[in-house]
Each structure stands twice: as structure tokens, then as C-alpha cells.
Write a protein of this length. Structure first.
Length: 277
């Protein structure tokens, strides 16, 4: 399969997408996509993720230094319990030994089988687009027509090229929103939940995002000049060609971030990007 393919996911009868392979991987690790959820490439034909045979067991063993040991063990354990790959695993004594070691450590959490293309895409694909995944843990219904305010819920809302400069959005929930090209200059986004939000080409000059959750966010070509991202979580976000002049990232989690030059920040990068070469 082509790693640039779009994917669709069906959860409890409701379909979402298109999603990148990287986005699916994130939601697998975060347990928002399970083994019995369904995937497909066209939004019409579906198969359970656990039966999709999208994963080469050996690929997980090549993730050293790219994701945390905990997540890697998580994937290894998932493979070891998959009957779908039992025969393949038995063909490699080394692989079987590694899987057995994981079992002895007690890592046996249930998680879906994911594609080797997902693994390959982990550090190179753009985390882009509007990701519409149901948020079962959010009880308040998003109000996409409300004006900006602290703690507002704009989950999954679409604000392409919207003008929100100098707004107070402290503690707001903007998860999975589509805000490409929006103007958020000098806005207060401290402690906001912007995980997986599309902020590509967004004007964030002088914005305050201290403590914000920006995991997996698309910040390609965003203007972050003089922005404050103290203690923010930017893990797995995409900063390709973003303008970071004068930005403050003290204490920010930069693990697995796609940096401005397209290189990947190592797991454990805090405050500055330690690149994988």
C-alpha cells in the first residue's frame, strides 16, 4: 500500500476520516482506536483492524530511539498475542525471544494490529488535516458558533482563516479543530487542548501557549515568532517550515517532533530539539 494513502476508521458504526497513517497510529497508542474498530481506504469497504494484516512484526523491532520503550513494548506485546501473525513470528527465533521477553515483563495490554506502513510513516508523514475522532470523554457539546472565551469547547470545529487575534482562549478545548490559516496573533492559549488540531499557516505571533497540549498538531508553516510555549506538549507535532524566531520553548516536550527542517527530534527532547540523524 502507498504510505500516502488516506484511511477511514469506523467506530461503533460511525465513520471518520480521511486520516493519515500517523494519525491512526497516535490514536492506537492513545487507545482511541481498538482491535474491533474497522478501517478502510475508501470509507465504504471495512474490515476489523485486528484482521487487517497491516503490520510486519519485524518493523516494531526497528523503532529503537524513535518512540518510547513503553510504546514499543506495547506494540510488541500486541503482535505477540495476535494469532494473525503467530506463524510469522515463529519463523524468527529472535523475534519470538523478544516477544517472550515482553510477556515475561507482563506487558499484555490489548491494542490493535497496525501497519508496517504506519510504523514507517511514524516519523515522516505530515500530521495534517482535520481529524474527526469521537471524544467519548468530553461530555459538553462543542459550540462552534460561540465567540472566543476561556474554557470554550471548540472540539472538531472548523475555523479556516478565522480572525481571532488578541483572543482569550485560556483552557479552551480546540482538539481536532481545523484552523488552517487562522489569525491567533497575541492570543492567550495557555493550557488549551489543541491536540491534533490543524494549525498550518496559522498566525501565532506573540501567542501565549504555556502548558498547552499540542500533541500531533499540524503546525506546518505556522508563524510562531515570539510565541511562548513554556511547558507545552508538542510531541509528534509537525513544525515543518514554521517560523520559530524568538519563540520560548522552555520545558516544552519536543519528543518525536518533525522540526522545521524536516528532521525528527529524539524521544526525550525537552526545551530544544535533539535531532535524529
Amino acid at each position: 500500500m502507498n504510505k500516502s494513502e488516506s484511511w477511514y476508521c469506523r467506530i461503533d458504526g460511525e465513520s471518520f476520516g480521511p486520516l493519515s497513517l500517523t494519525q491512526i497510529l497516535h490514536y492506537i497508542i492513545l487507545k482511541k482506536v481498538g482491535q474491533d474498530d474497522e478501517v478502510g481506504n475508501d470509507g465504504v469497504t471495512w474490515q476489523p483492524l485486528k484482521q487487517a494484516k497491516m503490520l510486519d512484526p519485524q518493523s516494531v523491532l526497528r523503532l529503537e530511539g524513535l518512540i518510547s520503550d513503553q510504546d514499543r513494548a506495547y506494540l510488541e506485546a500486541t503482535l505477540s498475542w495476535s494469532e494473525h501473525y503467530q506463524t510469522e513470528a515463529e519463523e524468527s527465533d529472535e523475534t519470538v525471544d523478544k516477544f517472550s521477553e515482553v510477556r515475561r515483563r507482563g506487558v499484555s495490554r490489548s491494542n490493535p494490529v497496525i501497519g508496517y506502513l504506519v510504523i514507517a510513516a511514524l516519523i515522516v508523514l505530515v500530521v495534517g488535516g482535520s481529524l474527526m475522532i469521537p471524544q467519548s470523554d468530553i461530555e459538553i457539546v462543542p459550540n462552534c458558533t460561540s465567540t472566543p472565551a476561556p474554557n470554550i469547547n471548540w472540539t472538531n470545529c472548523r475555523f479556516e482563516k478565522a480572525i481571532f487575534s488578541n483572543s482569550d482562549l485560556q483552557g479552551a478545548t480546540l482538539r481536532n479543530a481545523f484552523m488552517a490559516g487562522a489569525n491567533l496573533q497575541a492570543s492567550n492559549l495557555s493550557d488549551a487542548d489543541m491536540a491534533y488540531t490543524n494549525l498550518s499557516q496559522t498566525n501565532l505571533k506573540g501567542a501565549r501557549m504555556d502548558g498547552a497540549d499540542l500533541r500531533g498538531a499540524n503546525l506546518r508553516q505556522a508563524d510562531l515568532r515570539r510565541a511562548s510555549l513554556i511547558d507545552a506538549d508538542l510531541s509528534f507535532s509537525d513544525l515543518t517550515e514554521a517560523n520559530l524566531a524568538g519563540v520560548n520553548m522552555e520545558g516544552a516536550n519536543l519528543s518525536n517532533v518533525i522540526w522545521t527542517d524536516g528532521k525528527i527530534c529524539k524521544q526525550g527532547s525537552v526545551g530544544r530539539c535533539i535531532k535524529n540523524f
